[in-house]
Write a protein that binds this ligand. Structure first.
Ligand SMILES: [Zn+2]
Length: 492
């Protein structure tokens, strides 16, 4: 990469970015939001369709109750206030994959408002406001490749038309690309914990658009923003924002003006490109959807949904640190997914020493997973296996060295710890005193000089003898017992 001149660095320091994110999350309902067609991903094109989601004249939408429940659950997890009454609205625009000519969404009366997500920044914890969470239907999909005459034609697949989405709009509280990345990570984590979406970015279950502008530091008014659309990973969003912020500063510094527009990010080149000028809200001619009644989520229903809310990741981390005496880093690793955290807690509760279970995850599991390029969910050693191994060390049955060897075997064979422990014949560190005494006698006889030093008062030489005996026992001896036997012999 080219190095920046001092004047460029100084120019960039003069400006501060303002970032807001719009995230679309597909809800995991079995059927679409306004009809009973399946939402299954990967079905042959145009097989999950009916008059409603094809937009045929006269077809009427019927709202999916489960979609409302999921949207409300997600909004509650995001600390939003639920509006008892919200209104569906038509968002009018033409697009080949939108057969009705409008999308049913929510506009001035959304389902939920005034939420927040807490993120960690270099300067400490920071709250990013959530303006609104609203329900809407997805559009279909234009296909430009993967069929016979793709070179000349575009095909439309309407399976996705009418799939339920929530749109989560943040306040422009995000100040850096790193904060945007952290916000998205926390947002995804919370949604996954609620179970309302699988947040699979490759299948389009989570999509993100970023609004970004820059302004001179200290200025109150926002600069003109651009919108970066449909970036398909959090890492690319961060890269796209870094590029776009620098581009805007360079334009302004060279006397130009930022155009309000939609831009696309090319991840191969690391650049954004102008796609079209940005529509204003009034271009969509929003008006209340005449075929749907106002959506009412009353206090009673809200309370039922609140009861479905699981313990959320941040709260869970704090409690786990308290309950198991683990540190922040352990807690972060162990709460990566709800399923992992559940497994850990189940194992830790059953284990003699929960802290040792957490330690083993960090010290023995994570490094081996990283070396093999595996995610923790793919680990051959399960949380239950970790707990069992922790108990064996805790009770003195196996040594730390033996545990490491057994973990190596687990990863080699792709088998869980208890299986490998069984296969190896349930090894134990040696507690056979007579055998140890024999080894100790031999070692002491073979090293008269060190024995002399010990007896003359240089007690630290015991470490040398312990090491020799451990080596002679091939790591099978219980170090504490070895120490006792040697002390007795050397002093006796
Ligand atoms: Zn349908």
């Amino acid at each position: 990469m080219a190095t920046l001149s001092d004047s460029t660095v100084a120019a960039r320091a003069k400006y501060e970015p303002v970032i807001g994110l719009e995230v679309h999350v597909q809800l995991l309902t079995a059927t679409k939001i306004f009809c009973s067609c399946s939402t299954r991903f990967g079905a042959p094109p145009n097989t999950n369709v009916c008059p409603v989601c094809l937009g045929l004249p006269g077809a009427l939408p019927v709202l999916n109750k489960r979609a409302v429940e999921f949207a409300t659950l997600a909004a509650t997890a995001l600390d939003c206030r639920i509006n008892e009454t919200s209104i569906f609205a038509r968002k009018n625009y033409f697009y080949p994959d939108l057969p009705k000519g409008y999308q049913i969404s929510q506009y001035d009366k959304p389902l939920a408002e005034h939420g927040a997500i807490e993120i960690k920044t270099a300067g400490g914890a920071k709250k990013i406001g959530i303006t609104r969470v609203h329900l809407e239907e997805d559009a279909g999909k234009s296909l430009h490749e993967g069929f016979l005459d793709a070179a000349e034609k575009t095909a439309i697949d309407l399976n996705r038309s009418g799939v339920p989405l929530i749109e989560i709009v943040s306040e422009p509280d995000i100040a850096t690309p790193d904060e945007a990345y952290e916000y998205l990570t926390r947002l995804k984590e919370i949604i996954l914990y609620t179970g309302v979406s699988d947040c699979n970015m490759e299948e389009g279950s989570l999509r993100c658009d970023a609004n970004v502008s820059v302004r001179p530091r200290g200025q109150k008014e926002f600069g003109t923003k651009t919108e970066i659309k449909n970036v398909n990973s959090f890492r690319f969003i961060r890269e796209a924002l870094i590029y776009e912020i620098e581009r805007q500063v360079d334009v302004i510094e060279s006397g130009g003006k930022i155009t309000q527009e939609t831009r696309l990010y090319n991840s191969n080149e690391g650049k954004t490109y102008s796609m079209r000028s940005k529509e204003q809200a009034h271009d969509y001619r929003y008006f209340p959807e005449p075929d749907l009644l106002p959506l009412v989520v009353d206090e009673k229903w809200q309370a039922e949904i609140r009861r479905m809310l699981p313990e959320l990741p941040e709260a869970r981390r704090k409690r786990m640190i308290r309950d198991y005496g683990i540190n922040e880093q352990d807690a972060r690793t162990l709460t990566l997914t709800k399923s992992l955290a559940d497994q850990f807690e189940e194992a830790a509760k059953a284990a003699k020493n929960p802290k040792r279970v957490a330690n083993l995850v960090q010290s023995e599991l994570m490094g081996r997973l990283k070396a093999k390029g595996l995610e923790i969910e793919q680990s051959p050693v399960t949380m239950k296996g970790v707990a069992e191994s922790a108990d064996l060390v805790e009770s003195g049955t196996i040594s730390g060295k033996m545990l490491k060897d057994l973990y190596d075997l687990s990863f080699e064979r792709g088998k869980d710890f208890p299986v490998v422990y069984e296969e190896e014949g349930r090894p134990q560190q040696s507690s056979d005193t007579s055998a140890l005494e024999k080894i100790a006698d031999e070692i002491i006889a073979a090293n008269p000089k060190q024995a002399e030093q010990y007896r003359a008062g240089k007690k630290t030489v015991i470490g040398f003898f312990v090491g020799q005996v451990m080596k002679a026992s091939k790591g099978q001896a219980n170090p504490q017992l070895v120490n006792e036997v040697l002390t007795k012999k050397l002093e006796g």
